[in-house]
Design a protein around this ligand. Structure first.
Ligand code: SF4
Length: 347
């Protein structure tokens, strides 16, 4: 629900990183010019102390930067923000590629015990050569699988798994890589593997990625032109945001089969608050998971998804809404979803 970027820019500088897109207004020298938000924890504490109507809900660190990039070893912005989130009892979802996250297992374990803590380690390939091109400054894939292994060995209350996003076309989508990714994730004792959507491409990020792709894998440019419908021009990108739908659906189908084969969940256990929102979140979780499955396979999903979101955002318990016979007043809740809700809450 919430997000904190403890830094602007990211020293890891992955070649596909979406944070290079214009919409984020980040430094143009994205991986070398890192903005350290010196008073982030203090501001967060003030914000949460004064926020009378905010209810604790998941805070993601981070959307456009890695919260455990090398700068964190010195500046500890992420650790200080975690201390504040622990104080205010907020659940936390860490997304990282760095083993520095292990430094903060003490805090994350306590957050997990008090509410909910999840660490997703991003890994796109088990192939070290492809990884060197895509994520040059990041620990090699096996080190990242070991981060998960260590988290699971050392903690009882932290959920940990792999974020297999993006699946980079023609570099990470071979059947062998898909299978090795799921297999290695399972062997790392992870709780889940997340995937979904193809690699996105837009403006500055697309230009950056294609420039490097052309230098290292020129033979792939034509295939990208076909997949994202553009004609290569180093000055501008005029292709689609996502690859062709049929391409992504095909990958998702294969990954669903592999997850079944290796008995590996592809969804996270969501945070369920222990207040009036409890039933709302339990129902929303089921609807959102169902919508995800529909979307990944190219089926109509948005009504189910938005019904889940709207139920999650209710300001009262869904049980009270059901008792008043007003379930269909919630946006996107239709007859079918109403029966599902009534069955779930025995009303
Ligand atoms: S680690 Fe994440 S935020 Fe940093 S460059 Fe790579 S993809 Fe971008």
């Amino acid at each position: 629900r919430y997000g904190i970027n403890t830094y602007n820019g990211c020293q890891f500088g992955c070649v596909y990183c979406d944070s290079r897109s214009e919409k984020y207004y980040l430094p143009t020298d994205f991986e070398n010019e890192i903005i350290i938000k010196m008073n982030a924890a203090e501001m967060l504490d003030k914000r949460l102390t004064n926020a009378r109507t905010l209810l604790p809900d998941i805070v993601a660190l981070s959307g456009t930067t890695d919260p455990y990039q090398p700068a964190e070893a010195k500046f500890k912005n992420t650790r200080q923000c975690l201390e504040v989130l622990l104080k205010h009892k907020y659940p936390v979802h860490i997304i990282t590629k760095s083993k520095l996250v292990l430094r903060d297992l003490d805090l994350l374990e306590t957050i997990g015990k008090n509410s909910w803590a999840t660490i997703s380690v991003t890994i796109s390939t088990i192939n070290p050569k492809a990884a060197r091109f895509l994520e040059q400054r990041v620990p090699v894939p096996q080190v990242r699988f070991n981060i998960i292994r260590t988290i699971k060995e050392k903690s009882k209350h932290i959920q940990a798994g792999v974020l297999f996003i993006p699946v980079v076309p023609y570099l990470c989508d071979a059947d062998s890589n898909l299978e090795e990714m799921v297999k290695n994730t399972k062997e790392s004792t992870a709780d889940y593997i997340l995937f979904g959507g193809g690699m996105t491409m837009r403006d500055l990020q697309a230009k950056w990625f294609l420039k490097h792709l052309k230098a290292k894998y020129p033979e792939l440019i034509e295939r990208y032109e076909e997949l994202y419908q553009f004609k290569y021009n180093p000055q501008t990108y005029a292709g689609t945001y996502e690859p062709k739908k049929s391409y992504s659906i095909n990958i998702h189908k294969k990954l669903f089969v592999l997850c079944q084969k290796y008995k590996l969940p592809y969804r996270i256990k969501r945070f369920i608050p222990n207040d009036f929102r409890k039933d709302n979140y339990l129902i929303a979780e089921k609807l959102l998971n169902e919508a995800y499955g529909l979307q990944m396979l190219g089926n109509a999903w948005s009504n189910t998804h938005w019904a889940g979101q709207n139920i999650q955002n209710l300001k009262e318990s869904i049980v009270d809404v059901a008792k008043r016979n007003e379930l269909q007043k919630i946006r996107n809740v239709n007859e079918g979803i109403e029966s599902f809700i009534r069955e779930s809450i025995n009303l």
